[in-house]
Design a protein around this ligand. Sequence first.
Ligand code: PLP
Length: 390
Amino acid sequence: MELARRVAHMCGTGGNGWELLIRARGMIAAGEPVTMLSIGEPDHKTDPMILAAMAQSAASGHTGYTEIQGIRALREEIAARVTARTGVPTGPEHVLVTPGGQAALFTAHQLLLDPGDAGLFIAPYYATYPGTIRAAGAEAREVVALPQDGFQPKAAAIRAAAPGAKTLLINSPNNPTGVVYTPETIADIAAACEAEDLWLISDEVYETQVWEGPALSPRALPGMAERTVVLGSLSKSHAMTGSRIGWMIAPEAVVQAGFELALNSTYGVPGFIQDAALFALRRGASFEAAVAAPFRRRREIVRRVLGQVPGLRLIPPSGAMYAMLDIRETGLSGAAFASRLLDEEKICVMPGESFGAPAAGHLRIALTLEDAALEAALIRLRDFAAALLR
Ligand code: PLP
């Protein structure tokens, strides 16, 4: 019996550095003390008050089928948040609640791309991007953002890749680079989308982790709300990765199509998770700042330890929970450096190559480890690199 070709097509050729993670996990399982600087997940757990709201909702009976598009109160809360952030009037009819930002990414591409279309994405990229585009039967086409441009995508590169494309996926603050797109970059991207008649899919799951801004949402720009789909999530902003709750903001017709897709796939998000999300969002900006605070602190640690090392170049981390380090002067590839770092120092970082060719010769360091342990690991990494550079 044969499987459909869809998933094989979605997976592409694969094999781009993830084997390192698997090796590190194997070492941990065998009892070796590996320091993981590779995990894109807050290292603290969901706040107990959010869990209490979740438990209370479930205990009071919100355990049945619920509104597939998302409960109205939550959609209103998300819409108010987006209105406040962008200045563009946004209502519950523009919101589709999804099981996490990943489902929002998947939904957006399913709704906007047909087989034979191309979907653009910026490289370096978050691991699931090409697969999410290919899952719609479309060609996943890379637009390169270069290290010498601070990984800010350029309009000319977008326009050169645009023929035959219907969508462009961007992500700011960015995983893996830790870069926040400047307002000029966002304006250039928006202009390129208008000139090439592209939908813009803006992944803003790190919107609360901005160390140097402003982080402009393209939905805020004149005329862009009708061609922009914004993706959000409580995974990073509220340390709720396991709750699987996120959203898509889009023109009403797109949300309506998203409803039909959800009706035939997820059938919505559990009511008690949505109630917990509503409670979490209502805790406001100070709570979100407290969740982001460890990453803000650790960014300073990275800058202190790795910012001034001859032969290493730290890409200034301006947002999200990552830092990118250019190690090309050591003469090693990112993959070779990361592999030796794992073997010799028992530290696991992600090789840049696993995020696409423009990040080759870089390492992605996740700041998802408690401060003192992070600093100790970074010092060992720095000394390891210094020995190679000598
Ligand atoms: N987008 C980016 C850039 C991410 O880094 C992640 C997770 O790491 C996601 C989307 C998906 O997050 P979630 O599905 O947990 O909301």
